[in-house]
Design a protein around this ligand. Structure first.
Ligand SMILES: *Cc1c(COP(=O)(O)O)cnc(C)c1O
Ligand code: SF4
Length: 351
């Protein structure tokens, strides 16, 4: 049981092959043959921890859907793009995306503990980056240093918590030493897929780099477990606010009750819902994309019924400098054309 709680053991023992997956499923490996070309394009990785949360026999399991390869990943009926946000074009230096004037996003690795099948950067999983990691990170620091408009750096990936801890410590310190950098942010799904990675030592290191914000990605209430809650608690105790960015995923969380339960669950563990992303038109994710109107209906009902602390902003990420566009349920406004909504004595909802 001590191994189970060791993140390195979890990482080493990830399911990476169909043979191992078949064992977990208790099915003959031949039955997974349609998945073989899928994992050649988009590799497979599931931690034993995350696997333990799902029902491998249930194809509809919302956690299984997020991590099991699916032949639909290879059907590009909607003409999905590998890089719909044009991130590669907006890279200031390799791995550094600078789309907004005041903040930039550093992709420090393409590796993740679990490869989410809905990932919008799944194009990166197989890429081998040229040159050493240290040199790439140094080039990012140099770009940030010569760009005074940048006041916040988002350290992301992939999962930035998978590079050596001392290198991450150095990188955060080097960024912080830039006079115009005021705030750092980490984007990592480790609290959800590999919660044992959030060790007391890691938290002590991150604490030294405050103000530092931490964004993670819970997509379903069943991902909120004693382990993941404790991981968030360790960050919070270190003075690091934890926020959540979910993706609206068909068959995972695209109905009101499921989303409400997730948001309530996040509030219970003091993790602030930040964004709900409309799933980008990334190649290999068509089967996950819910209609925007489905998302709008869910958001509208949530606005009417649940605590404001539980409400994320529902956004659509667009290429280039349009960035994230809020998708707001406007039908909550009373219909009145003169613009003076305060003159209403009775809102239509009350009828
Ligand atoms: C989403 C994103 C950010 C962060 O945007 P916030 O609205 O501050 O969360 C920064 N850079 C890029 C390239 C992004 O896609
Ligand atoms: S953790 Fe994030 S970057 Fe990694 S596979 Fe999942 S969605 Fe993609």
């Amino acid at each position: 049981m001590t191994d189970w709680c060791d993140w390195k053991w979890q990482f080493r023992n990830r399911i990476r092959s169909l043979e191992k997956l078949a064992l977990a499923l208790e099915r003959p490996v031949a039955s997974l043959a349609p998945c073989r070309p899928v994992i050649r394009s988009y590799p497979l990785a599931i931690t034993p921890y995350y696997l333990s949360l799902l029902d491998p026999a249930d194809e509809k399991d919302p956690l299984r859907r997020q991590c099991f390869p699916d032949p639909r990943e290879l059907s590009f009926s909607l003409g999905g793009m590998t890089d719909p946000l044009g991130e590669e074009r907006t890279m200031a230096v390799p791995g550094l995306i600078h789309r907004y004037p005041d903040r930039c996003l550093a992709i420090v690795t393409g590796d993740c503990a679990v490869y989410c099948r809905h990932c919008n950067r799944k194009r990166m999983w197989r890429e081998k980056k040229p040159g050493g990691v240290r040199e790439r990170l140094q080039a990012m620091v140099d770009h940030v240093a010569r760009t005074p408009s940048i006041r916040e750096v988002i350290v992301s990936g992939g999962d930035p918590l998978l590079i050596p801890e001392r290198m991450l410590d150095w990188f955060l310190g080097a960024l912080q030493a830039v006079p115009h950098v005021e705030v750092l942010r980490i984007g990592s799904r480790a609290p959800v897929t590999l919660p044992m990675r959030i060790t007391p030592e890691l938290c002590a290191m991150l604490k030294r780099h405050r103000p530092l914000w931490f964004n993670t990605q819970f997509n379903h209430v069943r991902e909120i477990t004693p382990e993941s809650a404790a991981a968030c608690e360790r960050l919070l105790t270190a003075g690091i606010p934890v926020s959540n960015q979910s993706v609206l995923l068909k068959g995972v969380n695209d109905d009101y009750e499921t989303m409400r339960d997730l948001l309530y669950g996040l509030e219970r563990i003091s993790v602030r819902p930040y964004y709900l992303f409309q799933c980008d038109p990334v190649r290999g994710t068509d089967h996950f994309r819910a209609e925007i109107w489905t998302g709008m209906e869910i958001m509208e009902k949530l606005w009417r019924t649940i605590s404001g602390l539980c409400l994320p902003r529902y956004v659509l990420d667009c290429p280039g400098d349009r960035g994230k566009i809020p998708l707001q349920p406007f039908s909550l406004l009373p219909e009145r054309r003169d613009g003076n909504i305060h003159s209403f004595e009775k809102s239509p909802q009350m009828d």
